[in-house]
Design a binder for this molecule. Structure first.
Ligand SMILES: Nc1ncnc2c1ncn2[C@@H]1O[C@H](COP(=O)(O)OP(=O)(O)OP(=O)(O)O)[C@@H](O)[C@H]1O
Ligand SMILES: [Mg+2]
Length: 448
């Protein structure tokens, strides 16, 4: 936990000045009105960057004036630049946060988020929401890498989902990261410690995967209040529900438009197609997009909702069976889609989708069930007609379903058409233990 410090570091300067005055840590605490624990943390190097106000109180209690006081305060500032380096290094040196595959699509989302992070005043709390496997973590990583490259702001990447389950800090774990994990996972209220470390340093903290973790909203709010230049970017399937939170609902990748399979040059540009082909390349190196297989590729992308994780599962299935077999099974019986996703060695995706449906508050869940009865794509007016709900009631619930990524929309002739994700239809049908109707099955092939 305690990091080795260079000569003249604040921890050493503080200790020297205290001993010069002949004070114990307890006496300095009483004189400065700062807690003994905070003084101990600063002297041990655990707190790297005390707040300006703390430094001023200490300087007063140590009766420092003139040059001695300036040197004392400067030592504390040196620690801030050490902090910048330390947190950024935690992102640079952690292999798990680096991506080596190119991001497909998402240019607009990337611009929007980095724009919000660069704007003054900066957005303080931003949550990327959406269904499991849609690419929230992948997008956040890209944002982090862009911020590292373009903005002069230190970053801290906190893999909350992993930390919650099997994460054990080691000697290389920055104290800041450890304290942040303890705060967010509710192991300890380290907000005071974090405030002492971060102080007024500008920083972007990424909290990835706040799904199964009880978020301690109050502690997070305190962190935001105590560290006025910290911005928190989170990824979660549902928003945190904190006032002022900016929510970016991430939709799946765009799928081919009606008839787009007839134009290969344009088909290959569609993000879902582009990702599927890229995922297929290592498992079926001889596969080429051509006029004979274009409808199959386009159909597969539509059936899998353009969901990156599902496209990856389909591609990896091609290690065991040729793509036309897989596609044929899905065409014969769309329930095989469920089998593909559910029985894959990585069954987390489907379980997470089920949980997104099951944890919906009742009114929204009821609407989802009613929407299941409408075939294909629909407008808000059509949904109002079919469900009998008033428009305000309907739009309130639709909003929740969109934020959770259970619906997707496409723009057609200046209007928005909305549809339920196929994987969500399956989850709903399974929850009610009803087979999908013929109309539902036909919907799986509907042009989105
Ligand atoms: N735009 C993209 N380009 C390339 N690969 C992507 C893209 N989006 C997602 N992926 C890949 O798809 C998979 C699922 O994405 P990711 O883990 O980011 O989903 P998620 O929304 O964070 O899911 P969960 O809610 O389960 O955490 C990952 O392997 C990721 O690298
Ligand atoms: Mg994730």
């Amino acid at each position: 936990m305690v990091r080795a410090r260079s000569e003249g570091s604040f921890s050493q300067v503080l200790r020297q000045q205290r001993l010069r005055c002949g004070l114990t840590q307890l006496q300095l605490a009483a004189l400065s009105t700062i807690s003994v624990r905070a003084i101990r943390d600063m002297e041990s190097g655990r707190v790297a960057s005390p707040r300006r106000a703390t430094v001023a109180l200490l300087a007063g209690a140590l009766r420092l004036t003139g040059q001695a006081r300036t040197a004392f305060c400067r030592a504390a500032q040196v620690e801030s630049s050490y902090l910048d380096k330390m947190v950024t290094e935690s992102m640079r040196s952690d292999a798990s946060v680096w991506t080596t595959d190119g991001l497909v699509g998402r240019e607009h989302e990337l611009d929007a988020i980095t724009g919000l992070l660069a704007a003054e005043p900066r957005q303080r709390l931003l949550t990327i929401t959406g269904i499991s496997g849609v690419g929230k973590t992948r997008l956040a990583l890209e944002v982090g890498q862009r911020v590292l490259a373009e903005l002069d702001i230190p970053l801290l990447w906190v893999p909350v989902a992993e930390a919650h389950h099997d994460w054990i800090p080691n000697a290389a774990t920055p104290p800041l990261l450890e304290a942040m994990v303890e705060l967010i996972t509710g192991q300890a209220d380290t907000s005071g410690e974090l405030a002492a470390i971060i102080g007024t340093t500008p920083m972007i903290v990424f909290l990835d995967g706040l799904d199964d973790v009880p978020v301690h909203a109050r502690a997070l709010l305190r962190l935001l209040a105590d560290c006025p230049h910290v911005t928190v970017v989170t990824t979660a399937r549902v928003p945190l529900g904190i006032r002022g939170e900016c929510v970016l609902p991430l939709a799946p990748l765009a799928v081919p438009e009606p008839g787009q399979e007839r134009d290969l040059d344009s088909l290959i540009q569609v993000p879902a197609v582009s990702l599927l082909l890229r995922q297929l390349a290592p498992v079926q190196p001889d596969f080429r997009l051509n006029p004979a297989n274009a409808s199959m590729i386009a159909g597969l992308c539509r059936m899998l909702d353009g969901l990156p994780a599902a496209l990856g599962l389909a591609a990896s299935q091609c290690l065991m069976e040729p793509l036309p077999h897989l596609y044929g099974q899905l065409v014969d019986d769309p329930r095989n889609l469920h089998a593909l996703i559910c029985h894959h060695p990585e069954p987390m995706l489907y379980a997470a989708v089920m949980s997104s449906v099951e944890t919906l508050p009742q009114p929204h869940r009821r609407l989802l069930d009613r929407l299941l009865q409408i075939d294909g794509c629909w407008t808000v007016d059509e949904a109002a007609g079919a469900t009998g709900l008033s428009r305000p009631e309907l739009t309130r619930s639709l909003h929740v379903l969109f934020i959770r990524g259970l619906l997707r929309r496409v723009e057609r002739h200046g209007d928005y058409l909305i549809s339920m994700l196929n994987i969500v239809r399956h989850a709903c049908a399974e929850i009610h233990d009803v087979p999908l109707s013929r109309a539902d099955q036909a919907h799986l092939f509907a042009i989105m």
